[in-house]
Structure formats: structure tokens, C-alpha cells
Design a protein around this ligand. Structure first.
Ligand code: SAM
Length: 361
């Protein structure tokens, strides 16, 4: 997957989905991280020229504006460090121009590097490791054209640092297509950090996609992410392109799920380029939370449980966000007589911190 030759290219509709999630997540991440850290870092390892042919902003500008145009910017006085990397000199030059016309406050530093993500980022992490220094909380966006340049071992090295998170775009159908082609072995071993991708070769197309998705998710988990969540970006009829998010923070997982649900209010798991992202956000769809109720019943049976335990289960074991729990799931179950509160409450069907509940047998 060579990508376009020209410096800039047209924004493909499905990339709007990618950008929506990136913007929403970083808008939520910044106030959380800056409230307890004097310095935070945002890395765009495959930054591109910063703008598309139609004038739309690319990921580096989206990351910068998530801070510059944040409504709580005045409360976020920490040092905000951006590292943008691209291996094409013309794109780096274009990005420098785009950023050169922005008015950056003194607490914002932008470092634009020409080179490959694999080399530059690895050298930075190696230097930090050797010097025994800690990395400030860092969010890395990894958005290659293909799959050869984002090795799992580098992601793993990065995730060894505390409070570091990744959002990686992987064109899985493209990977699946090349699975049995000669000469792909090194790239595929590097992408997955294992040669187990070979087990996908005898599978049918759909099974292959699912297998590769699950393998990538599991490898990301074993690289150091406690929580991994994926989101499908559909391009026309093509299925299987995925954004993978990895974090060690439950709060990070919660914020990412909120970003995903804001793009897909029905399932929180996919975006199709036939749908306009902005309209979708305004469209008030109601998700079916029956699977969440079933997961809660299965986990807690008729034992007592806390609202905090229910929130945690919602986040870690289901596709749902905590915003689906109280009014959409617990309150209707209580109204139907399936659930009772053990703790005394001042108002019915409210679930303040510390509330204890039980499903009726
Ligand atoms: C998919 S585009 C990035 C788009 C950008 N993230 C956005 O959303 O606006 C991938 C970019 O990575 C650059 N690139 C390709 N291989 C690279 C590598 N090994 N290291 C760094 N950049 C690379 C390409 O020149 C291209 O600009």
C-alpha cells in the first residue's frame, strides 16, 4: 500500500471517522493529564502534510487545535509537547508552513522531524531508557499507509513507560490480502510481534479478518496494554479497517469509549463512510443495552454488587460506556422488578457512589 505520490491528497471519507475519534479523545485526555502533570507529550508518528487537498485539517493540526481551541485551555498551563514525524521531506516542509502560521503560546512546543517513525521514535525511547528518565504521559497516534512501518516491538517498548497510550490504524484487509504472498514474512512478523499470523492463511476471508483482528488485539495486550478497544472504520463496501486503542488507564478507556460512541451512537463500534460524521453525531439513536444487562446478570447473578463494580464491568467487559449503565440499563431493570437496591436512597432509581444492588432471582 504505497500511498499517494503527491505531497497532499484528497481526504477519504472514512478518514473523517478516524479524525473524529482522535479529536474527541485528545480533547478529553488533555484536561485529565494536565491536571496532574507539568508536561504531556503528543506524538504523531505518521503525521502527513497537515492538510488535505480540500482544505481539511490533517492529524497534526487536529492534535494541536484540540489544545489551542479547547474551552478549558486557560486552565491547562502544563507544557504541551508535540512530536510530529514524517519520512517525506515535502510533507514535513508543508507541515512546517501550516504550523508556522499558527500562534502558539509559550507552553506549547512543536518538534517536527523528518525521518522514519521506526528510527526516530525508537532512538528517543532508547535514549530515555538508557538515561533512566521517565517519559511524561504520552499519547501516540500511529497512522501508516500500510502495515510495514509500525512494528509491535516498538509499540511494546513505548508502552513500558507509565501513562503512555496508543491509537493505531491498521488496514487489516490489506494485511489479510498479503498473508500468503512471498516476501511479506518480515513485515508481518514485525507488525504482529509473532509469526502466529500464519495460522490465518488457511482460513476463509471473513475468518481471516477476525483472526488477524483478534491476534493484533491480543498482541497489543501482551505488549503492556491492560485495556484494548478497537473500532471499525468501513470504507465503501470494504470491511475490517480498524483503529486499535491501547491503554493501562481505566479512565482512558472510558474516554475512548465515549469518543467512539459519539461517532456511532447505535453500537459504539463502527463508522461507515456513507454516513456523514457530523450528522451522525446529531442523530439521536437509541442503542439496545440488553447485552449489557445480560453481562451484568451473568457476572453478578443474584449476589450483591456495588455500582462501582457494575461500572467497571461495563467498561472492561462490554462494548458499552458507563453512560449507558444507569438510565438505560439499571433503572429500566429496576422498574420491571428485576433489580433491587440494598442501600437506602433518597430518590428511587438513582445510583450514587456506594449504592449496592442485587438482581432478583
Ligand atoms: C496515512 S498518512 C498520515 C495521515 C495523517 N496521519 C492524517 O491523519 O492527516 C501516512 C504518512 O506517513 C508518512 N510515512 C510513510 N512511511 C513512514 C515512516 N516509516 N515513518 C514516518 N512517516 C512515514 C507518509 O509520507 C504519509 O505522510
Amino acid at each position: 500500500m504505497a500511498g499517494p505520490k503527491a505531497t497532499m491528497w484528497r481526504l477519504e471519507p472514512h478518514s473523517r471517522g478516524k479524525h473524529h475519534i482522535l479529536r474527541r479523545y485528545v480533547q478529553a485526555w488533555l484536561p485529565i493529564m494536565t491536571s496532574s502533570h507539568g508536561r504531556v507529550v503528543l506524538v504523531d508518528g505518521f503525521a502527513g502534510p497537515g492538510r488535505y487537498l480540500g482544505g481539511e485539517e490533517g492529524s497534526p493540526l487536529i492534535l494541536l487545535k484540540a489544545y489551542l481551541e479547547h474551552r478549558y485551555r486557560n486552565h491547562m498551563t502544563s507544557e504541551i509537547v508535540y512530536l510530529f514525524i514524517d519520512d517525506r521531506a515535502d510533507r514535513v516542509e508543508h507541515l512546517r508552513k501550516e504550523i508556522g502560521i499558527l500562534e502558539l503560546p509559550a507552553n506549547v512546543q512543536v518538534d517536527i522531524q523528518h525521518g522514519t517513525y521506526q528510527d526516530l521514535f525508537r532512538r528517543r525511547l532508547d535514549a530515555l531508557q538508557e538515561s533512566g528518565q521517565r517519559l511524561a504521559p504520552t499519547f501516540a497516534f500511529i497512522d501508516p499507509f500500510g502495515y510495514s512501518d509500525a512494528p509491535m516491538d516498538l509499540t511494546g517498548l513505548f508502552l513500558q513507560f507509565q501513562r503512555c497510550e496508543v491509537l493505531i490504524y491498521i488496514p487489516l484487509p490489506f494485511v489479510a490480502r498479503f498473508l500468503d504472498r512471498d516476501g511479506q514474512e518480515t513485515a508481518l512478523n514485525a507488525l504482529f510481534g509473532t509469526n502466529r499470523w500464519r495460522e490465518g492463511i488457511p482460513l476463509s476471508w471473513d475468518q481471516r479478518l477476525t483472526f488477524l483482528h483478534d491476534l493484533f488485539r491480543d498482541q497489543l495486550r501482551s505488549s503492556g496494554c491492560t485495556y484494548v478497544r478497537s473500532f471499525e472504520i468501513r470504507s465503501g463496501a470494504a470491511r475490517g479497517y480498524h483503529l486499535f486503542f491501547g491503554t493501562t488507564s481505566l479512565r482512558g478507556l472510558e474516554k475512548m469509549k465515549e469518543a467512539m460512541w459519539s461517532l456511532d451512537p447505535l453500537t459504539g463500534q463502527q463508522f461507515g463512510d456513507s454516513t456523514n460524521g457530523d450528522q451522525l453525531v446529531l442523530f439521536q439513536a437509541e442503542p439496545d443495552t440488553t447485552p449489557l444487562l445480560n453481562a451484568l446478570k451473568e457476572q453478578f447473578s443474584n449476589h450483591e454488587f456495588s455500582i462501582e463494580a457494575a461500572e467497571r464491568l461495563t467498561l472492561t467487559d462490554t462494548p458499552f460506556a458507563t453512560g449507558h449503565l444507569r438510565n438505560r440499563t439499571l433503572a429500566p431493570a429496576e422498574r420491571r422488578g428485576e433489580l433491587e437496591a440494598i442501600t437506602a436512597r433518597s430518590r428511587v432509581r438513582t445510583y450514587a457512589p456506594g449504592t449496592r444492588l442485587r438482581f432478583r432471582a
